[in-house]
Design a protein. Sequence first.
Length: 420
Amino acid sequence: MALTAASDAIDLSPSSTSLSGLDGINFFLAGMQTGFGPFVAVLLADEKWTRQNIGFVLSVSGLAGLLSQLPGGELLDATRSKRFLVALGAIVVSVSALALALWPILPVVLTALVLQGLTGGVLGPAIAAISLGLVGHLALAERLGRNQRFASAGALTVTGLMGAISYFLSYRSIFFVSAALVLPLLVAVARVRSVDIHFGRSCGQPDHHAPTPLPRAERLSLSKNYNLLTFAGCLFLFQFANASMLPLAGEQLAYRNGTGASFIISALIIVPQIVVALSSPWVGQLAQSWGRRPLLLIGFSALTVRALLFAVTIDPPLLICIQLLDGVSGSALGVLTALIVADLTNGTGRFNLAQGFVGTFAGIGASLSTTFFGFVVGNFGSAIGFLSIATAALTTVSLAWLLMPETGPSNEKSEPLRST
């Protein structure tokens, strides 16, 4: 769809205070959410939970996050104050972290993880919506790249801090740190000026400037947009292949290296984040000059190569080097996901619902991944398992190559959804 600079240029540029506040939101929110990764399983294992109970609460949390995608998108499109939703979601995450630290018993942990999971349909998409509302469509690519840099920097910084704290104190202390990060996060939210966030732009309707309700496309029209469906299918396949890669590699390392595997796994997590932090702004710039499609193909292809290499080696130094490719995929998809959705929904008023739409597809793929490929590895061995992952990743590349068009501003082929 053709985009013009006129609609984005109507409002003055956002203040530097708002932009730096958005940097802080990305940094501290990523740090808060770091505690809800592998550290939850570590805490519960330290509290003598059974594997079955740990798997149960983590699965329910993942399901809550999946089910929150579409309602979260609908809520973001309807709500004028995206900042309020970010602040509320951050407080929920903080309370959940405190509950985990103080009462790691089944009913409390289950409730806390469900609440934290439900914020997944709001927090990430809200940051993309605020970014779009602040800078407009034409500057969104570079802004998303900057978002990724600060998010990765926050995750890296807090992961290192939490690792040190858990070593010298306890695993519970990790969640006290996660809860405490809500304070600087709320300060960062307050720095983003509400007057700088154009409501119409933040919902994918940049030409709407009146206080009246936005003209919006019908909800079901999202399911009729061919390019959006193709992109959702690509994300489904990508997450289906990607989500099980590191867990399966971690299992192999644990069997071969025993307790020393924890340091290797930490390196496998940290190395891609460094790549993302360094390269994401550059990816945002390239998305403007090269277009979206070449970078999307590079991100998908990196996963294919990574899976093939994982199939032929389990040598820790080589695995750490191979994980650089995960950073390539992460920086590409981290910038392009919201950007391509914005391209395909510009003028519809349904940007956030569309984010929830593609997020649901991605979440289903990730949910199925560990179960399916875990079964393959259990029955046919790790080499066949990683080759199967590579096949799924190659299918993703093929789908994007054959069916996914360039969606950038100069392209006229994208299918706009008609507003009603």
